[in-house]
Design a protein around this ligand. Structure first.
Ligand code: UDX
Ligand code: UDX
Ligand code: ADP
Length: 467
C-alpha cells in the first residue's frame, strides 16, 4: 500500500512553486494544496486579483481553485505540519561571494527550508526537492532531516525537477513531455516515488512518468537545460558565420532541423538566451565538473555561456558600427525587455546587457515592453556592477507605453524580445516618425525584412549579411 497524499504544502510561491501547485490543485480536487512563502507581499498578491506572476491561463486556474483546495499563506509551520507531502521550491540563486562565487548555487534557502521542516514536523513527510539544485543536494537534505527526525517520524526524500518554461508554464504542466521522479532505491524510496506518481497520474499518462535514482534525476535537470542552451549557442555561433558569408541562419536552421536526428525545435538564432535557468544551471554544471576534477568537461560547458555573452556583444558592436561608429546622444528604441515573449520576467534578459551597453555609449534609450514594469527596468539597469553614473540613468532612459512612442524621432529600433505584437506594427507610420536614415536591428528574426526595406528602412537582422 502506498501512502495516499491528501495534503500538500509547497515552500516557495515563485515561478515554479506557484504554477505547479496551482495545476495540481486544479487536477486533484481531492487534495488540499497550500502554498507558503516567507514573503508576505508575494502571498498577498497571490490572494489578490493581480497575481505576482504573469502566465497565460494561470489566473483562471488560481481563481477557480483558490479558497477551495488551493491556499496561499505565510503560516509556514502550520502548513508543514498538516501536509503529507512537501514540495521545496525555494530560490537557489548563484552564490555572490565565497567558494564557487559566480558559479555554484547558494543553497542557504534550501537548507533553511529543510531545517524548518525537520524542526516543526510532527508526523512523517515525503519531502520533494523541486528547485533546480546541484547533484547530490537531496543527500544533504536527507542528512539534515534524518539527524533531526523523532522516534515515530520518518522523512522520505524525492527529487522531482520541474521542466516548465515561462510563458507556457500552464500548458507545459498540463501536457508535460515527461515527469521525472528520483528516489532512493529502497522499499521506502519506491513507495514514496509511487505516492508522488499517483498524483501526476491524475492527468499525465503513465508512460510519461519516469522514475530514476535520486542523482540521475538531479543531474537530468541540469543536463536538459545545458543541452537546450547548447543548441542555442550552436545556432548563434552559426549566425555569426552567416552574417560574414551571406548564408541565412533561418534557412540553415530549417535545413538542419529537418534531419529527424536533430529536430526543428530550439534552433532559433537570437541576440542571446536569457532566463533564470540556462546560465545558472550551466554554471552549476561547470562548477560541479571542476569539483569532480573534470576540467575539460567544465571548459566544454563554460563555452556555451561564453558564446552567449559574445552573441550579445557582437550585436551591440554591429549596431554601433552601422550607426556610423557612434551612438552618443542618438535615440534608440528598444522593443522588448523580458527575456522572451509572454512573460514579464527579466532575469538574465539579453535586453539588460544591450541597454547597459547603449547607456555606456551615451545613447538615449526609449524602452517599451508590454509586461515589464518601469520599476523593474530601472532596477535591472542599476546593478552594482554598472560603470555609468546611476544618477544619470533617468536622463538616458525613458520607459514608454507603446512601440510607436518608443520609435518616434528615433535613429534606430532594436528588437530585443520576440513579442507577437511587434510583428503587427504599422511600420509605415513608424518610418514616418523616425529620424532618417531609419535603422532597424532585428535581434529576434521576427520582422519581414524585405517589406521593411521597401518602406525605406535600413534593416539588420541577426544571422543575415548586409551586403
Ligand atoms: C554521418 C552523418 O550521420 C551523415 O548524415 C553524414 O552524411 C555523414 O556523417 P556516418 O559518419 O556514416 O554519418 O555515421 P553516424 O551514424 O552519424 O555516426 C558517426 C559516429 O558517431 C560513429 O562513430 C558513431 O558510432 C558515433 N555516434 C553516433 C555516437 O557515438 N553516438 C550516437 O548517439 C550516434
Ligand atoms: C527553460 C527550459 O526551457 C525549461 O525546460 C526549464 O524548466 C527552465 O528553463 P525558460 O528559461 O522559461 O525555460 O525559457 P525558454 O523557452 O527555454 O527560453 C530560454 C531563452 O532561450 C530565452 O531567452 C529564449 O528567447 C531563448 N531561445 C529559446 C532562443 O534564443 N532560441 C530558441 O530557439 C529557443
Ligand atoms: P523559482 O523561479 O525557482 O520559483 P523564485 O525566486 O521565484 O524561484 O521563488 C522562490 C520563493 O521561495 C521566493 O518567493 C522566496 O521568498 C521563497 N522562500 C525562500 N525560502 C523560503 C522558506 N524557507 N519558506 C518559504 N518560502 C521560502
Amino acid at each position: 500500500m502506498t501512502t495516499q497524499v491528501k495534503k500538500i504544502c509547497c515552500l516557495g510561491a515563485g515561478y515554479v512553486g506557484g504554477p505547479t501547485c496551482a495545476v495540481i490543485a486544479h487536477k486533484c480536487p481531492h487534495i488540499q494544496v497550500t502554498i507558503v512563502d516567507l514573503n508576505e507581499t508575494r502571498i498577498n498578491a497571490w490572494n489578490s486579483d493581480n497575481l505576482p506572476i504573469y502566465e497565460p491561463g494561470l489566473d483562471k486556474i488560481v481563481f477557480d481553485r483558490r479558497g477551495k483546495n488551493l491556499f496561499f499563506t505565510t503560516e509556514v509551520d502550520k502548513a508543514i505540519n498538516e501536509a503529507d507531502l512537501i514540495f521545496v521550491s525555494v530560490n537557489t540563486p548563484t552564490k555572490k561571494a565565497g567558494m564557487g562565487a559566480g558559479y555554484a548555487a547558494d543553497l542557504a534557502y534550501i537548507e533553511s527550508a529543510t531545517r524548518q521542516i525537520a524542526e516543526v514536523a510532527r508526523s512523517s513527510k515525503i519531502v520533494v526537492e523541486k528547485s533546480t539544485v546541484p547533484c547530490r543536494t537531496a543527500e544533504s537534505m536527507r542528512t539534515i532531516l534524518e539527524a533531526n527526525s523523532h522516534d515515530d517520524i520518518r522523512f522520505d526524500i524525492l527529487s522531482n525537477p520541474e521542466f516548465l518554461a515561462e510563458g507556457t508554464a500552464i500548458n507545459d504542466l498540463l501536457y508535460p513531455d515527461r515527469v521525472l521522479i528520483g528516489g532512493l532505491q529502497t522499499p521506502e524510496g519506491f513507495k514514496a516515488q509511487q505516492a508522488l506518481a499517483e498524483i501526476y497520474e491524475q492527468w499525465v499518462p503513465k508512460d510519461k512518468i519516469i522514475t530514476t535514482n535520486l542523482w540521475s534525476s538531479e543531474l537530468s535537470k541540469l543536463a536538459a537545460n545545458a543541452l537546450l542552451a547548447q543548441r542555442i549557442s550552436s545556432i548563434n555561433a552559426l549566425s555569426a558565420i552567416c552574417e560574414a558569408t551571406g548564408a541565412d541562419i533561418d534557412e540553415v536552421a530549417y535545413a538542419c532541423g529537418r534531419d529527424s536526428r536533430i529536430g526543428p525545435k530550439f534552433l532559433k538564432a537570437s541576440v542571446g538566451f536569457g532566463g533564470s535557468c540556462f546560465q545558472k544551471d550551466i554554471l552549476n554544471l561547470v562548477y560541479l565538473s571542476e569539483q569532480l576534477n573534470l576540467p575539460e568537461v567544465a571548459a566544454y560547458w563554460k563555452q556555451v555561456v561564453d558564446l552567449n555573452e559574445y552573441q550579445k556583444k557582437r550585436f551591440v558592436s554591429r549596431i554601433i558600427k552601422t550607426l556610423f561608429n557612434t551612438i552618443t546622444n542618438k535615440r534608440i528604441a528598444v522593443l522588448g525587455f523580458a527575456f522572451k515573449k509572454d512573460t514579464g520576467d527579466t532575469r538574465e534578459s539579453a535586453a539588460i546587457t544591450l541597454c547597459k551597453d547603449f547607456i555606456q555609449e551615451n545613447a538615449r534609450i526609449y524602452i517599451y515592453d508590454p509586461k515589464v514594469s518601469e520599476q523593474q527596468i530601472f532596477y535591472d539597469l542599476s546593478g552594482p556592477e554598472v560603470t555609468y553614473d546611476i544618477k544619470d540613468l533617468k536622463k538616458r532612459v525613458t520607459i514608454v507605453q507603446s512601440a510607436y512612442e518608443a520609435s518616434a524621432n528615433a535613429d534606430a529600433i532594436v528588437v530585443a524580445t520576440e513579442w507577437d505584437e511587434f510583428k503587427e506594427l504599422d511600420f509605415e507610420r513608424i518610418y514616418k516618425s523616425m529620424n532618417k536614415p531609419a535603422f532597424i536591428f532585428d535581434g529576434r528574426l521576427i520582422l519581414d525584412a524585405e517589406k521593411l526595406k521597401s518602406i525605406g528602412f535600413r534593416v539588420h537582422t541577426i544571422g543575415r549579411a548586409n551586403f
